[in-house]
Design a binder for this molecule. Sequence first.
Ligand SMILES: O=P(O)(O)OP(=O)(O)OP(=O)(O)OC[C@H]1O[C@@H](n2cnc3c(O)ncnc32)[C@H](O)[C@@H]1O
Length: 182
Amino acid sequence: MLRFVTTNAEKAAEAQAHLAPMAVEQVDYDYVEVQAAEVAQVAARGAEEAYEKADGEGPVIVDDTGFSIRGLDGFPGPYAAYVDDTLGIERVWSLASELADRHAAFTSAIAYADGDRVEVFEGTVEGQLVAPRGEGGFGYDPIFEYEGRTFAELSMDEKNEISHRARALSKLADWLQSQPIS
Ligand SMILES: O=P(O)(O)OP(=O)(O)OP(=O)(O)OC[C@H]1O[C@@H](n2cnc3c(O)ncnc32)[C@H](O)[C@@H]1O
């Protein structure tokens, strides 16, 4: 069983679907997100704090996700949550709609901590910004188009075949399998 420390139930649901039959339990705790240029650094520090908070109950993972718009020099990057909360994705789209280059990318950094070590696994997916479409997903999904459909137009299983988070989770799963059983 893996404890996923996140305030975001959708992230935990995606991880549960992707890692099944391994059980994933959401621990709803808001660790401090340090200011850093890379999501990997944010996730690594967050996992250390989350592990301590969980008080030795076993390994934890955290996921920090960034969203980078190439025509805006990578904005909002690791500040994606702040920009979503303040501007909102409709206004992010308004900014992006003025751009010639609408390339965008999600990057998830998943950090694992077990008290002895912290390991970070990253996944990225590239696409295009579009006007919001679709009812599924969360966050930036309605304005992120991949091969003709926005992430909000995909089922969770379809998103889990290609997403940044799924790519990071696959690396985590491979690494967990390679570990000696303690
Ligand atoms: O930090 P925790 O508690 O895990 O939850 P959060 O939702 O604040 O997580 P992040 O800081 O990693 O999220 C950054 C922003 O990116 C959004 N986001 C994260 N993963 C996403 C995904 O798969 N699709 C679309 N938007 C996503 C999310 O809604 C936030 O606005």
